[in-house]
Design a binder for this molecule. Structure first.
Ligand code: KDG
Length: 332
């Protein structure tokens, strides 16, 4: 399949794109009767975030030959994501997740994705997209994909080989999903992946699992960043939610950014992907690590203020407004 017309793809990503049925009202799933349909999936969210910021990005993967698959394709194309390598698989359904909205405590998420089209992603799809790697600058991965199936894990592996061959920067968002695998099974796989990429992005808890950090200061950003760097990447980025973010390059010092104040957190899911999109966009644009953290934190804040994974992802004008409003107040 040929790349759709347009400027060359800068960022390649791969993974499962799902439909999310998000509760229409706040409360426990057992009491909710109405749901809104959204497009979700960590890599798709990051892809849309990058596209909104003006970067050309391709998503490799599969959706089912069903209405949800069509909805995903239409939405991603409408957002300007390059989808010529997002295949329609006639033999499986589009993956689905259902999630509640909570005013307090974590929201329950149910997956219906075992054997889904997205989980059937295989290395030959990456091979078929090899031409993209020739011109691209960045490969973005998430730790969700290797948890989906052996073939999806092999697809990740092949994408890293191709990215290395063509000199792309590779990022890994750890994205530990405990509904897909246990910490004990995930940790060695994610650790091995972290060793093969340039940039690792993780929450504090994820970084602790991947690095095997424990003890009273296991959430200390300095300790976690150092432990991540020891695994092999040249940059470690910690997403700390309400505490902002931290990052460190090999041989550099730990940088911190405070979170942007958000008046009402409506839906925190997808904020991590927005953060990753902002970080990657800023690096592609030549910002230094601190500048990339500034953009990433602003994108993450924009995402938590709206329902669904995609709605809050800022476009360039919105990002500029957010950064101007934040000024330098959030620098620690
Ligand atoms: O980061 C948001 C994702 O978690 C969500 O869109 C669904 O990709 C998803 C997953 O596997 O949880």
């Amino acid at each position: 399949m040929r790349d759709e017309a347009g400027p060359p793809v800068e960022v390649v990503t791969l993974g499962e794109c799902l439909v999310a049925l998000v509760a229409g009202v706040i409360g426990p799933l057992a009491e909710v009767g109405t749901f809104e349909r959204h497009v979700a999936g960590s890599e798709a969210n990051a892809a849309v975030g990058l596209a909104r910021l003006g970067h050309r990005v391709a998503l490799i993967g599969r959706v089912g030959a069903d209405g949800f698959g069509t909805a995903i394709l239409r939405r991603l194309r409408g957002e300007g994501v390059e989808t010529s390598h997002l295949r329609v698989d006639p033999a499986a359904s589009t993956g689905l997740l259902v999630r509640e909205r909570r005013a307090l405590g974590p929201a329950e998420v149910i997956y219906h994705r075992r054997g889904s089209a997205g989980s059937r992603l295989a290395p030959d799809e990456v091979e078929a997209a090899a031409e993209l790697f020739g011109n691209a600058r960045w490969l973005h991965l998430s730790g969700i994909t290797p948890a989906l199936s052996d073939t999806a894990a092999a697809a990740v592996d092949r994408s890293i080989e191709l990215a290395r061959e063509h000199g792309l920067t590779i990022s890994l968002d750890v994205n530990l999903r405990r509904r897909l695998w246990t910490d004990a099974v995930a940790a060695p796989v994610l650790r091995a992946l972290a060793a093969r990429v340039d940039v690792v992005l993780a929450g504090a808890d994820e970084a602790a699992v991947v690095t095997g950090t424990s003890g009273p200061d296991a959430a200390d950003p300095g300790r976690l960043a150092a432990a991540l760097l020891e695994l092999g990447p040249s940059t470690a980025v910690l997403k700390l939610g309400g505490a902002g973010a931290a990052a460190q390059e090999r041989g550099g010092r730990l940088l911190r950014r405070a979170a942007l104040p958000v008046a009402g957190i409506v839906d925190p899911i997808g904020a991590g992907d927005a953060f990753s999109a902002g970080f990657i966009a800023a690096r592609l644009e030549g910002r230094d690590l601190d500048g990339a953290l500034e953009v990433a934190v602003a994108c993450g804040a924009a995402a938590v203020a709206t329902i669904g994974d995609l709605a809050g992802l800022p476009d360039r004008a919105e990002l500029d407004r957010l950064l101007a409003a934040a000024g330098d107040d959030h620098i620690r």
